[in-house]
Ligand binder design. Structure first.
Ligand code: AHR
Length: 623
């Protein structure tokens, strides 16, 4: 029997409690939520992003119907300094139809198109020589035998100009291709070659994939945290996510390496994030670096923005508030207005830092930013960080620092076993009601099964019961593309045409759409004795350290200490995932590898106990 004391005044629950965490990890943005269909549209892929990548990755030259030519990449007279590379498509011999050489894009695992849908095509082009001044863009089958729709673009002149058209597609094909055909003999330069469905979420041109955005919107999240995670503070100072570089015209946005071992086109930038929040009625919760990059990732050992650059960085953070909330005629507000949003976005929360180690450099850089925000924008609720784990020295230091500075809210992360969640449902009950409020910014019970979903549900009830101090919470990570999953578990899996919410998603949904406003005292009378949580606790596997993003198993063994370990099955082509290797308690219990198609191979399972040894040998093949 569950007794609820309805006469009690109860405790007010934070109205913003359940939100979502979005990070471009697992290819969640480009090739995912961001609906662009052309991969490497600006020819900015580089071996710095992934060793096997280069400026023409995902593109191929076609010499059809007798046409002959070449494609190279140039940085001369670029479209914009932030976008230095462009393709040089040269036709030396026109084909039988008079057309020249062509460049074909493979999309992100193919270009998924639907019959009857309209697609916006756009590109920047410049004629270098010859008469190839008309271009044709077409959506076609993978083998090129069928053209599903085409559009003429041009005339192309001697300086960079944007050309656009609309293609109506005549077939449904999850694995189509997109091709730009030169107009005849001559040389044309191409950049930012784009193909977008018109049917995006809320019909925003250049917007978000409708089905993926909808599955997030269905959660009715009270807030959206972005752009990460570790992505926010970056691998090294040069890789920090700098918000002003992500709000302007697409070709002026600085693209860069994604810390998770691929590329960020920045097409999904701050403007799009804020707009998405508005479209789904969620509060934006941007996280800016706290003036330090991800600890231990800066090759020079310098993790903090240099002293002399800090005033400019602090000004950059303050400018975010003006960009989001300032009048349309303010210096930064006018950029928001120019992008199409004269009304303020209504920013309330601002995250500063993510899982940072509480060093002197961190304290110094964070304090400067925090002081400036307090002085100039006392209306903004600053969300600080207490590091990754709700235990340990850094966590203690993080809390002490947050208390000392009266940081209103702090972010902590828990990637733990289901058992840990079940054992910790009461950990907020004794929290200091006077200290900083808590944002449980990332948490997950390490699997996508019933046990983990129930454990998360129980933990969330603990959050709600303490909704006066647990102010915000978001499961993480949110999205993972099949075949490109780098972190497990995740809330929603997808490919180019399907979306698969998990059991854990349904737990989030249940809590979020039914979140209460007052927690009343509840007594459970005559409850059955709780069953002990089985000792065979489960762990997802993350092979690699830091930010290695892909690894291939070559060998793995598990067995009792001292005995000959059983070799695991054949590992050819089984990709292990990245992340933090974090054996817990008595050791690793289960070892699972995930195939490139996200299918799952259980290598070994054993009872908990100190008597098991585990070894895995992995070969890095990326990141
Ligand atoms: O959610 C994945 C990662 O986990 C985040 O980037 C980071 O904050 C945490 O370590």
């Amino acid at each position: 029997v569950v007794e609820v004391d309805a006469a009690a005044p109860g405790t007010a629950i934070s109205p913003d409690l359940f939100g979502v965490f979005f990070e471009d990890l697992n290819h969640a943005a480009d090739g995912g939520l961001y609906a662009e269909l052309v991969q490497n549209r600006s020819f900015e892929y580089s071996p710095d992003h992934r060793p096997e990548w280069h400026a023409l990755t995902a593109w191929e030259l076609l010499e059809r119907d007798g046409a002959a030519g070449s494609v190279t990449v140039s940085v001369e007279a670029p479209l914009h300094p932030a976008n230095p590379h462009h393709a040089v498509l040269r036709t030396t011999t026109a084909g039988a139809d008079g057309r020249g050489a062509a460049l074909r894009n493979e999309g992100f695992d193919g270009v998924a198109v639907r019959e009857g849908e309209r697609y916006d095509v756009s590109l920047f082009a410049r004629l270098a020589d010859g008469t190839a001044d008309r271009l044709v863009a077409q959506i076609e089958s993978r083998d090129g035998s069928r053209v599903y729709g085409r559009a003429e673009l041009g005339p192309v002149h001697g300086s960079w100009e944007r050309h656009s058209a609309v293609i109506t597609c005549e077939a449904t094909d999850p694995d189509a291709r997109f091709t730009v055909v030169a107009g005849g003999v001559g040389t044309v330069h191409l950049d930012l070659v784009s193909l977008f469905p018109q049917a995006t979420f809320h019909d925003r041109p250049g917007g978000l994939r409708a089905d993926l955005a909808q599955v997030i919107a269905d959660l009715k999240p009270k807030f959206v945290r972005f752009p990460g995670g570790c992505l926010a503070h970056g691998v090294g100072l040069g890789n920090m996510y700098r918000w002003p570089e992500t709000i302007g015209p697409l070709h002026e946005r600085r693209q860069q390496r994604n810390l998770w071992g691929y590329h960020q086109s920045m097409g999904l930038g701050y403007y799009e994030y804020f707009q998405f929040c508005e479209d789904i009625g969620a509060k934006p919760l941007p996280v800016v670096p706290a003036g330090v990059c991800c600890q231990n990732t800066e090759p020079t050992g310098q993790v903090g923005i240099p002293e002399e650059e800090m005033p400019a960085y602090v000004a950059e953070v303050l400018a975010l508030v003006e960009w989001a909330n300032g009048p349309a005629d303010s210096p930064w507000g006018s950029l928001r207005a120019a992008a199409g949003h004269p009304e303020p976005f209504g920013l309330e929360y601002l995250g500063v830092g993510n899982e940072d180690t509480i060093t002197d450099t961190f304290r110094d850089r964070f304090s400067r930013i925090h002081d400036a925000l307090r002085e100039h924008h006392p209306e903004i609720i600053v969300v600080g960080t207490v590091g990754p784990s709700p235990t340990g020295e850094d966590w203690e230091k993080g809390w002490a620092f947050a208390r000392e500075r009266s940081v209103p809210v702090v972010d902590e992360h828990s990637y733990k076993s289901p058992r840990w969640f079940l054992e910790n449902t009461r950990r907020f009950d004794g929290m200091d009601r006077e200290g900083p409020h808590l944002y449980i910014g990332e948490y997950a019970a390490r699997d996508n099964d019933m046990g983990s979903a129930v454990a998360e549900a129980a933990y969330m009830i603990g959050m709600e019961r303490n909704g006066d101090v647990v102010r915000l919470a978001s499961y993480a990570p949110l999205l993972a593309k099949r075949g490109h999953t780098q972190w497990l578990p995740d809330l929603v899996y997808f490919d180019n045409t399907n979306v698969w919410p998990t059991l854990n998603y349904h737990v989030q949904h249940m809590h979020s759409v039914n979140s209460g406003d007052t927690a009343l005292p509840v007594t459970v009378v005559g409850a059955p004795r709780a069953r002990p949580v089985p000792e065979t606790d489960r762990h997802g596997v993350h092979v690699g350290t830091g930010h290695d993003t892909r690894a291939e198993f070559t060998d793995a063994r598990i067995g009792p200490l001292g005995a000959e370990a059983e070799p695991a099955p054949d590992f050819a082509n089984w990709a292990a995932e990245s992340g933090t290797w974090e054996p817990e308690g008595d050791g690793l219990i289960q070892q699972t590898a995930y195939g490139a198609d996200d299918s799952r191979l259980v290598l070994a399972e054993a009872a908990a106990g100190p008597s098991y040894a585990f070894s895995v040998r992995a070969r890095k093949n990326g990141g």
